[in-house]
Design a binder for this molecule. Structure first.
Ligand code: SF4
Length: 308
């Protein structure tokens, strides 16, 4: 996560990103599909859980396109004056959550997500940094976590600290996505069946009980990836993986990381002879990184009571 240490000046001074910037137009877009039943998949260790934001079309593409349209409309409105602007959505050194709080979207919860009392936290953020002197919305940053500690309690790897920071080295999102190397052995069992990211701190947050569902068809979950049996996902060839993840945020990991993550989940699933033999077969043509995790899975399963 070295990128966080880079561009500190730009992060703290948006005029370094776009000269003349004086305002940020902040937007949010819900992404949780209607009728999503999250805990059921997490409890079924035979199925792979993928963070809900990644199951549809890549949000970077969707939101950037929308923001560009919005900026074009603004430019039309103020013509012949010219509009200076730049759009972002998790794509540059922008303090998105701080801007969202200033824009009146809610507060930053203990789980480090921006929470809105009505919408919950299942949304993406986007910004237009502009030189347009728009009126400023009041912020409502009243912390409404209160005495709740649910996210701290349920985090599978104890990544959420009491002081409202996250230990990224323990966070399953980091371990299964940004992390390109080995997943620390001591955390593999706790990862369970989470094969790309993790949503636990949002799932159990009381502010998400009535969270707004998305109306964006681009965020509809892809069948090829949603709550599929681990064995089927592990059997995917590289071509199939690339096809299933085309235009999706899951392309942030390659096939090697995909296999690594699946091997961990398989090591946490029920032990069967067939599963162990599939894993052994895959060992032969795997990269050293994937092979190390596959071998771990074989060892884990072999230690349990293996059934046919
Ligand atoms: S689970 Fe509780 S403590 Fe955590 S972010 Fe939600 S309200 Fe705050």
């Amino acid at each position: 996560m070295g990128y966080l240490a880079r561009n500190v000046e730009k992060r703290s001074d948006p005029t370094k990103l776009k000269p003349g910037v004086i305002r940020a137009i902040v937007v949010r877009m819900n992404y949780l599909p209607e009728g999503t039943n999250l805990p059921l998949t997490l409890e079924d260790h035979e199925r792979g859980y993928i963070a809900r934001y990644a199951l549809g079309r890549d949000y970077h593409k969707v939101i950037r396109r929308r923001l560009a349209k919005l900026a074009a409309r603004l430019a039309d409105r103020i013509a012949p004056l010219s509009l200076g602007y730049r759009v972002f959505t998790d794509t540059g050194p922008v303090l998105e959550r701080a801007l969202a709080v200033k824009a009146g979207f809610g507060w930053v919860g203990r789980n480090s997500m921006v929470i809105d009392e009505k919408a919950g936290s299942w949304f993406f953020l986007g910004e237009i940094l502009t030189d347009l002197p728009l009126p400023v919305d009041p912020s409502h940053d009243d912390d409404q976590c209160g005495a709740c500690r649910a996210c701290i309690r349920v985090c599978p790897t104890d990544a959420i600290r009491a002081d409202r920071t996250i230990d990224a080295r323990r966070c399953i999102s980091y371990l299964t996505i940004e992390n390109k190397g080995n997943i620390p052995e001591e955390l593999r069992t706790a990862i369970g069946n989470r094969i790309f990211g993790c949503d636990d701190c949002q799932i159990w947050c009381p502010w998400n009980r009535e969270a707004e569902a998305t109306r964006e068809p681009d965020y509809a979950p892809r069948e090829a990836l949603t709550d599929r049996p681990l064995d089927e996902l592990f059997a995917m060839t590289e071509e199939e993986f690339l096809l299933a993840t085309e235009g999706s945020a899951m392309r942030r990991i390659g096939y090697e990381q995909w296999q690594r993550n699946l091997a961990v989940a398989l090591g946490n699933a029920a032990p069967t002879f067939e599963r162990i033999s599939v894993l052994k077969e895959r060992l032969r043509d795997s990269t050293p990184l994937a092979a190390e995790h596959i071998q771990w899975a074989i060892d884990q399963l072999s230690r349990k009571n293996v059934s046919r």
